[in-house]
Design a protein around this ligand. Structure first.
Ligand SMILES: [Zn+2]
Length: 222
């Protein structure tokens, strides 16, 4: 789908234009548009930009990454300035997660990341985050709707769950706006840095999921 605001991006660089124009999944990656964003398997540089999008203290309060994974403040702005469509192919460091980045085509930048990954019980979970400039505008709904779309229409999953920390009202509201409903689940979960938090659980079902030609969640196969 063409968009007037994309025109400058297409015009400047042919190779980038080809990458940016990719809207369908193939063996190398997923790609689909939803709301304001293009969601796509990232290049290595886009992935680095996405990590920077979630490295600020406000995001880390909920994400709780290991210190080595967090992009320090002095490097964050530059990392987030990566031009979408640039950088080498990216190989996921985590075989138990399918990650896609949210690209704001109008602004020509990465806006966040959403994933479908293996939860603590081994079942599929979705989760994600937005860059500071994209929070508080209802865009979390599109982010998590993209997580559901990835799970049901690309990875062939009947059910996907999501956890939010008790008190993280913004995240809970976004999950419900995307269509997830509260569900039972373990009262606590452990963040990557070891912090244990109380959890609200949500889930979403699709009666007829579908697999695309893109990379599949191998750990869930069979
Ligand atoms: Zn796909």
């Amino acid at each position: 789908m063409a968009n007037v605001s994309e025109a400058p991006l297409f015009g400047r660089l042919t190779r980038r234009g080809r990458l940016m124009a990719k809207r369908t999944c193939d063996r190398r990656g997923h790609a689909f548009a939803l709301g304001r964003f293009l969601f796509r398997t990232p290049t290595a540089w886009e992935y680095a930009a996405a990590v920077a999008c979630g490295s600020d203290p406000a995001a880390q309060r909920w994400l709780g990454w290991l210190p080595d994974s967090v992009v320090e403040e002095s490097l964050r702005a530059e990392a987030m300035r990566v031009v979408p469509g640039t950088g080498p192919d990216w190989a996921t460091p985590d075989p138990h997660s399918v990650d896609i980045v949210a690209i704001d085509l109008g602004a020509g930048r990465c806006a966040g990341l959403v994933s479908v990954h293996s939860g603590e019980d081994g079942g599929p979970e979705t989760g994600g985050y937005l860059a500071p400039g994209y929070r508080g505008q209802g865009l979390g709904r599109d982010l998590f709707a993209a997580g559901l779309l990835l799970a049901h229409e690309h990875l062939g999953l009947f059910r996907v769950r999501a956890g939010a920390e008790v008190g993280n009202v913004a995240s809970g509201r976004s999950l419900e706006a995307a269509g997830l409903r509260r569900a039972a689940g373990p009262p606590r979960y452990t963040l990557p840095n070891g912090r244990v938090s109380e959890a609200w659980w949500y889930q979403h079902d699709s009666p007829r999921p579908h697999r695309c030609t893109g990379p599949q969640a191998q750990w869930l196969a069979g």
